[in-house]
Structure formats: structure tokens, C-alpha cells
Ligand binder design. Structure first.
Ligand code: NAP
Length: 267
């Protein structure tokens, strides 16, 4: 194995990926497993979570499913405790689970605001705290939190989502400062538009199913936001997570990495 390969190698390490059943979480879980990690695919959706874990195992990786609702502190604590007692350590915590809601600002209900922040912000907070305790005891670990390009660009109808993601970015920096002296790195990844189930709502027909024509139009329109003319795929984000999760990212903490095809730079 070359020195470069060794820096990305995760053999003998344990990783948790929340929201690992589909989309970015699924691609991330698969990539961390391909790099050698034992991966806990944690999701509130048992069917997709079990499927991802099975796909990883079929490909020769080490994976298992655990159910979690990240908005519930006790469930996140239980996920981390169960993982630590099963595997002895937690080296990587990817707080990826997230939800989105679209509504004009003046019509956003308190329930909707709380619902989005409970998953997107509190879920990440709980994940950082629970995994952070284990990692501080170990004297090592890497936490990667999913923010969004919505922290850079003000987008209409996304106030609960954008504010929850801005909080994730600042949470990551704040926790990085506190846990750095214990050997724990904390970073955020802020993806641009990625073709995942989360974004199918932009391309569904009247029956709620994905409309292939509309889907193609949405992807083409999003590609124009990048100077590269590209739309991102879940794998593009997984690669950024792998970098931060592995020893290749040993000098990285408190950063917000922006794999977004250049979409949010001023140009
Ligand atoms: P996705 O396709 O909607 O998948 C999210 C996964 O997380 C689903 O399996 C979902 O289950 C699960 N989940 C939702 N709430 C949960 C909870 N409370 N506890 C446990 N699991 C939960 O999302 P994605 O597009 O892959 O996005 C992943 C992350 O990247 C999110 O944090 C998102 O905000 C962020 N992001 C995405 C994009 C993009 O363009 N896709 C851009 C920037 C940032 P259900 O199916 O049951 O909801």
C-alpha cells in the first residue's frame, strides 16, 4: 500500500453514518466501508438502512444497521453506546441525517420550525456530544457534520433549513475548538445541490412520483449554477467526508468544506 493509500485507509476503525439509508449518507457509508471501516448505518428508515448495510456486506465490507431518530437525544446516546460496546471504539461520526421543508417565511409554523431544527441542528448536536465523549476518552476521532450551500446563499422558502444548517457550521467550529486538545477533529461539509431523494420533491409529477422529464430539467438547471456546468452526485460528497474522516485530513479541523462545483462563490 502506498503512503497516500495508507492515509485514506480506515481498516480497524469504526464509523457511524446517520441517515445512511439513502442519498449522501448511503454513498458515504459505502465509501467508508470500501476504505476499510466497520460502518454502522443508522437511520430512522429501517428498510433503506438495512438495504444499505446489506449492499455494503455484499460488496465485501463490514456494515450493520441500527435504528435511530437523531432528534431524540436518548436514541442517539443509545446508538453510540451500543456501537462502542459492540466494537470497542468510535473513530468516525458522520452526522448526516437531515430534513428539508419549503414554505414562505410568513407562513412557517412553530411546529415546522421546531421539526426541522430538531433533526438538522439538535440531531447533529446530540451526535457530536455522544460521539465526542467516546472520542475524548479514546484521545482520537473525527466528526463530520452535514451543513449545506444554504449557509452561503439566501434562498427563498428555506428559512428553517438554512438557519439549522448555519447553526451546524458554527456548532462544528465551536466544538472543534473545545475537543481539539483531546485529539478530536470536527468539520462540516456544505454540499451544493445533489441528486438524492431529498431533492425529488422538485421533480415529482401530480401523482407524487419522480417525473423523468422534470427530473432532467431540474438537473440541467442546477448544473448552470456551477462554473463547471456540473450537478453533484452523492459520491462527490462522500469523497469529501472520507478526506476529513481519515488520516489524510489530520490537519483539518473547524473547517466548512464546500463540494459544490463552485456554485456558492461570487461570480
Ligand atoms: P435524503 O435523501 O433525504 O436522505 C436523508 C436520510 O436521513 C433518509 O434516509 C432519512 O430517512 C434519514 N433521516 C431523516 N430524518 C432522520 C432522523 N430524524 N433520524 C434518522 N434518520 C433520519 O437526504 P440527502 O440529500 O442525502 O442529504 C443528506 C444530508 O446532506 C442532509 O443533512 C442534507 O440536509 C444535506 N444536504 C443535502 C443536499 C442535497 O442537495 N441533497 C445539499 C446540501 C446538504 P427518511 O427517508 O425516513 O426521511
Amino acid at each position: 500500500m502506498s503512503e497516500i493509500q495508507a492515509e485514506f485507509e480506515l481498516s480497524g476503525r469504526t464509523a457511524i453514518v446517520t441517515g445512511g439509508g439513502v442519498g449522501i449518507g448511503r454513498a458515504t457509508a459505502a465509501m467508508l466501508a470500501e476504505a476499510g471501516a466497520r460502518v454502522v448505518v443508522a437511520d430512522r428508515d429501517r428498510e433503506t438502512g438495512e438495504r444499505t448495510a446489506a449492499e455494503i456486506a455484499e460488496a465485501g465490507g463490514l456494515a450493520e444497521f441500527r435504528a435511530v431518530d437523531v432528534s431524540q437525544r436518548l436514541e442517539v446516546d443509545a446508538l453510540v453506546e451500543a456501537t462502542q460496546s459492540a466494537h470497542g471504539r468510535i473513530d468516525v461520526m458522520v452526522n448526516n441525517a437531515g430534513i428539508i421543508s419549503d414554505a414562505p417565511f410568513l407562513e412557517i409554523s412553530e411546529e415546522d420550525l421546531d421539526r426541522v431544527h430538531a433533526v438538522n441542528f439538535k440531531g447533529v448536536f446530540f451526535g457530536c456530544q455522544a460521539a465526542g465523549r467516546v472520542m475524548v476518552d479514546q484521545g482520537s476521532g473525527s466528526i463530520v457534520n452535514l451543513a449545506s450551500g444554504a449557509i452561503d446563499v439566501a434562498t427563498p422558502t428555506l428559512v428553517p433549513y438554512a438557519t439549522s444548517k448555519a447553526a451546524v457550521a458554527q456548532l462544528s467550529r465551536s466544538v472543534a475548538v473545545e475537543l481539539g486538545p483531546f485529539g478530536v477533529r470536527v468539520n462540516a461539509v456544505a454540499p451544493g445541490f445533489i441528486d438524492t431523494p431529498m431533492n425529488e420533491r422538485h421533480a415529482s409529477g401530480p401523482d407524487g412520483r419522480l417525473d423523468p422529464k422534470k427530473h432532467g430539467e431540474v438537473l440541467a438547471a442546477r448544473a448552470t449554477m456551477s462554473p463547471l456546468g456540473l450537478t453533484g452526485e452523492p459520491r462527490d460528497i462522500a469523497l469529501a467526508v472520507l478526506y476529513l474522516a481519515s488520516d489524510a485530513g489530520r490537519f483539518m479541523t473547524g473547517t466548512v468544506l464546500r463540494p459544490n462545483g463552485g456554485a456558492t462563490m461570487p461570480w
